[in-house]
Design a binder for this molecule. Structure first.
Ligand code: ATR
Length: 277
């Protein structure tokens, strides 16, 4: 029988997940159907219950339900616990297993698709919201020289840094700072995990923040050369990336978790790539 999966959100029309997972199912020969589920804002639990009752095996979770999914789960993976949010669910009887693959997808994209190592590098993450929370643990596991979180609201960066420091087995130094503290500092990788790009804004980054040979990575995808990537380009950065690879890799992680087979992501990345111009 065809196994059923879906992505749940509100709105949901924009989601690329059905396209990605259907492509993965084709290349791996897996018999599954993957659809979109629009849930009313205050009926996440009922909507998921109905999907499970109809034989659903797993779901991806997108805005605004990542916290609802956290509350709904019976078994939270460490990645979901630190992120405080869930982006994938797996249903087995009464159990609801929950994961957050965004951070591991980001790191896989940087390492395997972009060929850029994080070990021993100075890493800056902009923003202290959900996207940053998901990314911290997978970045730390790579053993960077240091990890700095910069945020408009400095206290949030400091809180997250303290939280990350606690769950950081590698003993990497983690600091939370404000944008004005960036003067005189430079980094090998700068991740933009703020939501500023969605409103075509860019946080006040000094151009000197990019070390020679740096990678500038925009976690949003499909928006071309965002203000952040333009700023990096002005600073002379030639390694520019957006989150299309992260999107494909987090999907591949979920697919592996559900089906036990890892799909190759290259064709999906190529088909979704919007040129950075
Ligand atoms: P997400 O789940 O996408 O991370 P979020 O939790 O709302 O979204 O977090 C958005 C992050 O982007 C926050 O860190 C926010 O900064 P504040 O904590 O100070 O609110 C940051 N952000 C959004 N717009 C920004 C802007 N114009 N300049 C700087 N930071 C911005």
């Amino acid at each position: 029988m065809t196994d059923r999966y879906a992505v749940i959100g509100n709105p949901i029309e924009q989601s690329k997940s059905p396209l990605i997972h259907t492509a993965f199912a084709q290349v791996t020969g897996q018999d599954l159907a993957y659809t979109k589920v629009l849930s009313p804002l205050d009926e996440f639990g009922q909507t998921v219950d109905a999907f499970r009752a109809a034989g659903g095996r797993g779901m991806n979770v997108t805005a605004p339900f990542k916290l609802d999914a956290f509350a709904y789960a019976t078994d939270l993976a460490p990645s979901a616990q630190l992120a405080g949010a869930v982006n994938a669910l797996k249903f087995e009887g009464d159990k609801v297993f929950a994961e957050n693959f965004d951070g591991v997808g980001l790191v896989r994209d940087v390492l395997h698709n972009l060929g850029f190592q994080l070990q021993g590098r100075r890493v800056l993450v902009m923003g202290a919201g959900g996207a940053t929370r998901g990314a911290l643990l997978p970045i730390l596991m790579q053993g960077p020289a240091e990890l700095v979180i910069v945020n408009r609201t400095v206290a949030k960066a400091q809180e997250l840094a303290a939280l990350a420091q606690k769950s950081n087995a590698a003993g990497v130094s983690v600091r939370g700072i404000g944008y004005e503290d960036l003067q005189g500092e430079s980094f090998d990788v700068v991740f933009n995990a703020t939501s500023a790009s969605l409103t075509a804004q860019v946080p006040p980054l000094p151009l000197s923040v990019f070390a020679p040979g740096a990678l500038a990575y925009e976690l949003a995808y499909g928006k071309g050369l965002t203000p952040f990537l333009q700023l990096a380009q002005q600073a002379g950065v030639t390694r520019l990336a957006d989150g299309v690879g992260m999107l494909a890799e987090q999907a591949a992680e979920a697919f592996l978790w559900w089906r036990g087979v890892r799909p190759d992501t290259r064709a999906v990345i190529d088909s979704l790539t919007v040129p950075l111009v």
